[in-house]
Design a protein around this ligand. Structure first.
Ligand code: LLP
Length: 434
């Protein structure tokens, strides 16, 4: 079965058997920019933005799509997202600073975080971010006080943890009862009452985020049911108006041939129909809907390229193909047991010759990128391309073994643009004091 459909939408094979993305030959890109190299396909990126806008927009009028910056953000990407009319979910002063540095409209920024610092809150208030998503009682009190000091009343959402199991890896399930994120549903009433009576805060709605890589849309329905029920109760009791409902992100993408992801249209249908029916049943006005996709926007657009070095065959055991990157630029296999596909980018027309394991170059036995994959004969100098690397690889990258974080390029219609340069040895010592 062809692996091309997991690669960016523009992926094709050249006559020479090279992987082409965005009209650029990936083997040439690897030579020009060095490896490991991350490439992003601008067409795939923008198509996903359009797909979310259209699929949700045609079913629900009042909607804002905000991209979850934690999946990957840099200045060039922030500019593209702005052109696409998306908002931004940030979780730190750093992400907020990147957005601000390119003039991203901060009224479309939602500020999340389970332990925002006073400095971060001060910055968010000073820069008038669109919404502060309040996570807990401590933050609620601190924000009220700081807003008073700054003489500015921010619009806020309250993040609730609905206690719904999203059936994903436990490290990326967030909306369960035992979670560090959000007000447990059982204290939702108290949170709403406190927020409504805080004189320096304007409560506009509620928020939940169930987790990430959720292949099943049903948990969203369960959570909407619980949160909208609570909103209706709070309306009766305190006159609370649910003007805005943020259902978070978590939409899955395909990483391997045997785990296809549902289309965006399915999530859109399930989520919007549930909100409409529930609000109708409880006689509530339809709130503005916010969704926060991260992975589903950038995941497929990104490809990681590595160069093969050592090929070590242990007869009867395993053949290790070692490449020049690994867990420092993609920790997901080691951290979550994430499964990836791979191709030899310069040998796409050659037949598979047997199973190999693609290993990284870092000093950990767990530094394996793909365990057991059928590839054509691989030798030193070949270029390995891994699809679905656009989300959560670079943001989780480290300088382990004093390695240099990779260069990042953007490809479009045969043109390439460097959007982040490879780190240098100077970067490694820049903050050191002797
Ligand atoms: N909104 C909130 C409040 C979030 O915490 C997240 C992700 C998102 C939206 C976006 O979720 P997405 O649409 O990307 O699934 N490092 C992990 C994923 C961590 C997700 C953290 N929160 C991974 O590599 O799988």
């Amino acid at each position: 079965m062809s692996k091309l459909p997991i690669f960016p939408l523009t992926a094709r094979v050249s006559n020479q058997g090279h992987l082409i993305v965005g009209g650029c030959d990936t083997v040439e890109l690897a030579t020009e920019f060095g490896t490991p190299l991350y490439i992003f396909d601008e067409f795939s990126l923008r198509s996903k933005c359009t797909e979310f806008r259209e699929q949700f927009g045609r079913r629900y009028k009042n909607i804002l799509i905000i991209y979850a910056a934690k999946a990957f953000i840099n200045r060039a990407l922030a500019l593209i997202l702005n052109e696409e009319g998306l908002g931004l979910d940030v979780v730190s002063g750093g992400e907020l600073g990147i957005a601000q540095s390119v003039g991203f409209p901060l009224d479309r920024v939602y500020f999340h975080g389970n332990n925002k610092s006073a400095e971060e809150i001060r910055l968010a208030l000073k820069w008038r971010v669109g919404r502060i998503v309040v996570d807990n009682f401590y933050e609620l009190a601190m924000l009220d006080k700081m807003a008073n000091e700054q003489g500015y009343i921010p619009d806020i959402l309250l993040r609730l943890s609905p206690g719904v199991d999203p059936h994903t890896h436990k490290y990326i399930a967030t909306g369960v009862v035992d979670s560090k994120f959000g007000f447990p549903l059982s204290s939702g009433e108290e949170a709403i009452a406190q927020a409504m009576s805080a004189s320096n805060l304007n409560l506009v709605g509620l928020d939940f985020h169930l987790g990430s890589l959720i292949f099943d849309a049903e948990p969203y329905q369960q959570a909407i049911e619980l949160i909208v029920n609570l909103a209706a109760e709070m309306k009766d009791k305190y006159g609370f108006e649910l003007k805005e409902l943020n259902v978070g992100g978590g939409f899955a993408i395909q990483y391997s041939l045997d785990s296809p992801a549902p289309p965006v249209s399915l999530y859109a249908e399930v989520i919007t129909s549930k909100i409409v029916s529930k609000c109708r049943e409880l006689k509530l006005i339809l709130p503005r809907l916010i969704i926060e996709p991260g992975r589903a926007i950038v995941g497929q657009a990104g490809v990681a390229l590595y160069k093969v070095g050592v090929v070590k065959d242990i007869p009867g055991i395993r053949c290790y193909v070692s490449v020049d990157g690994g867990m420092a630029d993609n920790i997901r296999p080691a951290l979550y047991g994430a499964k990836y596909e791979a191709v030899v980018a310069n040998k796409l027309l050659e037949k598979e010759a047997g199973e190999v394991t693609i290993a990284g170059k870092f000093c950990e036995s767990g530094d394996i990128i793909v365990k057991g994959i059928n590839l054509p004969p691989v030798s030193a100098g070949d270029i390995i391309a891994i699809p679905s690397c656009g989300a959560y690889c670079l943001p989780l990258a480290s300088n382990y073994n004093a390695s240099l974080k990779p260069a990042v390029t953007l490809v479009k219609e045969g043109k390439v643009r460097l959007i982040r340069q490879r780190e240098t040895f100077d970067d490694l010592t820049r903050c050191d004091l002797v």
